[in-house]
Structure formats: structure tokens, C-alpha cells
Design a protein. Structure first.
Length: 252
């Protein structure tokens, strides 16, 4: 594993990405809980983080490493489907991790993506965040850690190229129409994701190499490569990429 500036860690493979991510998370949670009562963790969906969730739940060396009673779980985005749907990010995290660790039910803050109206589901989640973080109107939640993935098109969360949500600066959560998927996707907005102490990207596979090069080394074109929007405010940004995903990086 090579670690080079700025906080881009090149891992051998996906398994090493998961190991590194687990190590970062365990350390961050322990350190944060020395001075805070709770830790707010935003999960990402898709396939890349599944192995991390399983590791955190099942690896014997990590048993007892996380004080799950004090961890509150959120999602960066969700598909507009019921929680039991195969595509549900909640379902993936629940099966891989949340059903196996001692996180209290009331600490799990999932999108009510089963609501027929996607805009209502987004507004409901926004309200949940406002209540949990005790926010005044117009304020953003401050997350302790946000996990993110990146699509081969440079999207992150459900901030897809050319979609309306990319230009949202006031809302915390929106229902974002994604034409290519012909559906609304529920997503935290860029300002909401950026209001975090720590953002950790997990990117694996050669199909991500071109997008990763564009995002990290290309022209600033966030409409085309939305992951470029992620710049935590007074927070740390770390990319964990495997060699295949980092293959086209010139400067890193
Ligand atoms: C989702 C994720 C999305 C994901 C990327 C990468 O809901 O799918 O939030 O942003 O992180 O699409 O997905 P993979 O990890 O499956 O490549």
C-alpha cells in the first residue's frame, strides 16, 4: 500500500481497501468518542462498501473495536424502493452489517424510500436530520464521517452528471431525477455531504480508472464529474483506490 499526497491511498486490491477503511473507521470512531457522546456515520450504497460492512461485523480482530451503542447510522443516498427491495442500500447494509452488530434500532436512520412520492421521502429524511442534529432552518448537519463510492461516470451518492441536484445549495436532501435510470434517487446534496469532519471514498476496479483520473487530475467539470463537488468544509478527504482504479493517475 502506497500512501501519497493529497490523502490518496493506493491499495493492492478491494480487500485491502476494506481493511484500510476498517482501520480508519475504528480509529476515527474511538478517537471521536473520547470527546463526543455519539458518532454520526453516513453509509454509501452500491457494491464496493459491502465487504467493508461485512468486515466490521464479522472480523474477529474487530470484535469490540467499535462502541456500536454510540454510533448513529445514516445513508448518503437511497434508491426509491422499499427497504426489502434487492436494490435498497438500507437492505444491503442491514444484511451485511447492521443485523449483526449491537447498534440500537433507534440509532439507524434510514430513508423512508417506500413513500410513493420521492419528494416526500426526501423531505421526510431532511426533517429526520434536522431533528437529530437540532438544526435551525437553513443549517446543515455536521457528520463525523461520510463514506462515498464513485460510479464509472464520476457520480457519487446519487449526484449524477447533468442532474438538478448538482446545483442544489440550500437543501440537505433532495429527490433527484436520473434520466438514464428513469427514476428519482434520494440523495444528500453536495453541501450536506461536505459538512463532514471526514469523507472517505472507496473506489475499486479498472472501470473507474478514467473517471478517477478526471475527478482527481482533470479539469474542474463537476457537471460531468460530480465527485469533484466533494470537498469537506474543515474536514479531511481520503481516497482509498485500488491499483486498477488508480491505473490512469499521472500525478498520484
Ligand atoms: C449507490 C451509491 C453510489 C455508488 C456508486 C458506486 O446508491 O449506488 O451511493 O454512489 O457508491 O454508484 O457503486 P459501486 O460501488 O457498486 O461501483
Amino acid at each position: 500500500m502506497r500512501s501519497i499526497n493529497p490523502e490518496i491511498i493506493i491499495c493492492k486490491n478491494l480487500e485491502e481497501i476494506h481493511r484500510n477503511a476498517a482501520e480508519v473507521l475504528v480509529g476515527l470512531i474511538a478517537k471521536t468518542l473520547l470527546t463526543q457522546e455519539v458518532f454520526s456515520l453516513v453509509l454509501s450504497g452500491g457494491s464496493t462498501p459491502k465487504g467493508l460492512y461485512k468486515l466490521l461485523a464479522e472480523d474477529v480482530s474487530l470484535q469490540g473495536a467499535i462502541d456500536w451503542e454510540k454510533v448513529h447510522i445514516f445513508w448518503g443516498d437511497e434508491r426509491h424502493v422499499v427497504p426489502k427491495h434487492p436494490e435498497s442500500n438500507y437492505r444491503m447494509a442491514h444484511e451485511a452489517m447492521l443485523s449483526k452488530v449491537a447498534v440500537p434500532e433507534e440509532n439507524i436512520h434510514r430513508f423512508k424510500a417506500e413513500l410513493a412520492d420521492a419528494h416526500e421521502a426526501a423531505a421526510d429524511y431532511e426533517k429526520e436530520l434536522q431533528v437529530f442534529f437540532g438544526l435551525k432552518p437553513g443549517a446543515f448537519p455536521r457528520f463525523d464521517c461520510v463514506l462515498l463510492g464513485m460510479g464509472a461516470d464520476g457520480h457519487t451518492a446519487s449526484l449524477f452528471p447533468g442532474t438538478e441536484a448538482l446545483r442544489e445549495h440550500k437543501r440537505i436532501v433532495v429527490a433527484n431525477w436520473v434520466e438514464k435510470a428513469h427514476t428519482h434517487r434520494l440523495t444528500l446534496t453536495a453541501p450536506a455531504l461536505n459538512n463532514s469532519d471526514f469523507v472517505l471514498f472507496l473506489v475499486s476496479g479498472k472501470d473507474k480508472a478514467e473517471a478517477l483520473r478526471q475527478v482527481l487530475e482533470g479539469e474542474k467539470e463537476p457537471e460531468r464529474f460530480p465527485a469533484q463537488l466533494i470537498k469537506p468544509v474543515d474536514g479531511k478527504l481520503v481516497w482509498l483506490a485500488d491499483k486498477a482504479a488508480a491505473a490512469k493517475l499521472l500525478r498520484h
